[in-house]
Design a protein around this ligand. Sequence first.
Ligand code: NAD
Length: 237
Amino acid sequence: MTEKLQEIIDNSKSTVFFGGAGISTESGIPDFRSVDGLYNQKYDVPPEVILSHTYFMNHTKEFFDFYRDKMLALWAKPNAAHTKLAQLEKNGKLDCVITQNIDGLHQAAGSKNVLELHGSVHRNYCMKCGKSYSAEYILESKGIPRCTCSGIIKPDVVLYEEPLDEFVTKSAVRAIQRADTLIISGTSLTVYPAAGMIYYFGGRNLVLINRDSTPADSSADLVIHGKAGEVFSKINA
Ligand code: NAD
């Protein structure tokens, strides 16, 4: 299976990677839908409610309690999947990474062309004056993080009910439309509109590397059921 993947990557003119939370589980960050994912841990309110715009506006302190505890994994380090993708890009074998993740681990591994569909924990802005703050500032703050102007600081992450950034979305669609090979990995392909982006792919090789099966398995040219880090560690960049 990995031999076939290597062959596809080596012979492809334009390869794009599309990933999700599963890419970072080997770095210790839980995804949402696995057995040990956030949805199966015990919360009074489901994560997708806590991570919604309405909840953020109405229960701001509780939002930040959850966010600091579960979403701000600033201790996490890139794993073999992040690292190999960065090397592939450096060697001209990967056009870009399109990610649903907000953890910044692709950039930490050295990837340059990263389209973050759901934003990043590393960008935070005051809702009143627009001043920017680091993720460390949010982590170290208590209760609701406040700006020097007293405004609330909001992470630049796309919450449920919020639209995706238009420029990022258009760039991702263009990259997928141009690609010869699309490698999808670490995503259940259930969070829309991000998951719908893969329908713009009209190239030759649709590759799926995922631990569990996904709705796109049946339309893929190559399906590898396994851990992304383990699979990518066998690929030569
Ligand atoms: P998801 O939780 O719905 O699905 C994760 C998928 O990854 C599952 O299909 C699982 O089988 C697979 N998976 C888990 N570990 C894997 C591994 N090591 N190798 C290969 N596959 C693996 O994730 P999603 O589709 O990305 O949707 C969740 C949403 O939550 C996204 O919008 C994402 O932005 C956000 N989220 C982000 C992070 C992060 O930034 N690290 C973490 C949790 C959730």
